[in-house]
Each structure stands twice: as C-alpha cells, then as structure tokens.
Design a protein around this ligand. Structure first.
Ligand code: F3S
Length: 296
C-alpha cells in the first residue's frame, strides 16, 4: 500500500497564528480565556485546558483577571463592545482573511447595499461576519437557497456578495454565475481563503488517484467536512479525528491511500495517523510473505 500525503495537510496560517499566540501567553504565565474552543480540534483544546486556559462561551463568563483571546473565526462587533465595557485585556487572533470580510460587511450597509453571505449561518465565522454588517444581510447555504431568496425578491440595485472563507469552491462559483445573471453589477468578493482553495484543489486531485482517502480533522470542523465532501465525489473517503478512529480493515487491499487534513489539525495527529497506517503496510507485507511461504 502506498500512502500519499497532501502537501497542504494541516494547520493553515490563521489557525497556526491563533494557537501560537495562545501558547505563548500561557508560557508567559498569563491567565487566558478563549471565546469558544480556540480551534475545531478537541485534542488541542484539551491540551490548552490542561495548561490552564479557560474556554468561555460569552464575555460575561470570563473571570476577572483573565485575558481574552479572540479566535481566528472572529466575533461580532458587539463582543468587542462587551470586552471594552468590562475593561478586559484582549488579544485579537481574528484571521486577516476574516477581518477583510468584516470590513466589506460594514461597507456594504454604509453604501446602501444588501450583503449576501454564502455560508453556514450557525458557524461562528458567519455569525461574526453578520455581526459586522451595518445594513440588510441575507445568509444562504448554497445555490438553491440563493435562488429561493431571489425568487421572492426583486433584483436588488446594489448587492455585495461574500463567502465564508471555508465555503465549497464549486458551490461558490455556481452562486456567482447566478448572481451575475440575476442583477446588474453585483459587487462580488472572492473571500474563500487561499488555504481553503489549495486544500480543496489538492483533495480533488489526490482523491482521483487513490483507492481510499483519509481526511483527518475535527468532526465539527467546517473545512475538514468540505474536504471530505470533495474527496467523496471521486473515491471512498472517511474523516477521522485521531488515529484511534482509523479502521484498518477498511484499508486492507487498497493500493494507494491519500491522506489530507483540515486546517485545524496539528501535525502531531497527522503523524500519529501516518504511523498507524505504516503499521498496516508492515502487516500487508507480512501477509504477502506468508502467502509466498505457503505457495513455496
Ligand atoms: Fe484564515 Fe483561511 Fe485559515 S481564513 S483561519 S487562513 S482557513
């Protein structure tokens, strides 16, 4: 069995920045509270908690004396207001690609435009984007929801359209084509981040050359689940959070297995999975040797 690891597997720039910052603060002996789990990876979040970091769902839950870390997903404007009202020290790890969308969201309302957001309305990043809008906002999960909204509304004079940074590339392209036909001169911002583009593209290419694809990442990680959807279109694909979830029987007989990982998957977990798969290769070899021996 040959294992092919995607070059882009693992931490993206924004996640790496947020994780590094939080560990650095802990190393400096600061009391740290993150607003929500820092990244969509339970193993990293567990480790941070063991080191003393708190995970708070609201600014009101942050104990006095703790410094707040805003994760890479970003937060609505109201959260900054609350932090300021409480006089808490904060460290903003909002990914610059997300911060750019916040600016567009604020600008849309100021220019009298309707802001269209392609994404998952329950995802923290999308909640953050909506929370920076200064005018009407419509969130849609894909082309069919966009079409349904458009069928009930007159073509808008002024439209700003953005996508969640981890939105599925193919789906975004379909939404863009529709918008260009539906209204004149929509302002479309390609906000899917380059880390997402390249990861999805590589998953697409790799999955076409493999018997199986293993996608490593948090089960609640949006970008990991998108990689799974992309890979599953071409081959048998599974997503696992850790090596313990890998079903070795499923790998048996495969000639080429592709591996990639979501943007919030640490390299230690990728390594663990690869080691576990390598053991399988050794098992296969001994199988072959046994066969050879029995034929002799
Ligand atoms: Fe930022 Fe893109 Fe990662 S938006 S957090 S670099 S997936």
């Amino acid at each position: 069995m040959e294992i092919r690891l995607a070059k882009t597997a693992g931490f993206c720039f924004g996640v790496n920045r947020a994780v590094k910052l939080t560990y650095q603060l802990l190393d400096e002996g600061r009391k740290v509270a993150t607003l929500g789990p820092l990244i969509h990876n339970p193993q990293v979040v567990d480790d941070l908690q063991k080191r003393g970091a708190l995970t708070c769902s609201d600014v009101d839950d942050v104990p006095d004396g703790y410094e707040v870390v805003i994760r890479s997903h970003g937060v609505p404007e109201t959260v900054y207001d609350k932090i300021q009202t409480r006089g808490l020290v904060f460290h903003d790890a909002t990914c610059p690609f997300v911060a750019k969308i916040h600016k567009i969201a604020a600008e849309a309302g100021k220019n009298g435009a309707v802001l269209l957001v392609a994404g998952d309305r329950t995802h923290p990043e999308v909640e953050g984007i909506v929370g920076h809008a200064t005018g009407p906002v419509v969130v849609f999960a894909g082309l069919s929801e966009l079409e349904a909204w458009a069928s009930e509304n007159e073509p808008q004079k002024s439209i700003y359209a953005v996508a969640q940074t981890t939105f599925r590339v193919e789906s975004w392209e379909a939404c863009k084509s529709f918008l260009k036909k539906w209204c004149t001169n929509p302002k479309i911002f390609d906000t899917i981040c380059s880390a997402t583009w390249t990861r999805q593209q590589e998953a697409e290419d790799l999955s076409q050359k493999c018997d199986h694809m293993v996608i490593i990442g948090g089960h609640h990680s949006s970008n990991t689940q998108k990689l799974l959807q992309v890979a599953a279109r071409h081959t048998d694909a599974v997503s696992i959070e850790t090596a313990a979830e890998l079903d070795k029987n499923w790998l048996r007989g495969a000639k080429v297995v592709g591996v990639t990982a979501g943007a919030s998957t640490p390299s230690s977990i990728i390594e663990e999975v690869l080691n576990c798969m390598s053991e399988e290769i050794r098992d296969d070899m001994s199988f072959a040797e046994m066969l050879e021996a029995s034929e002799a």
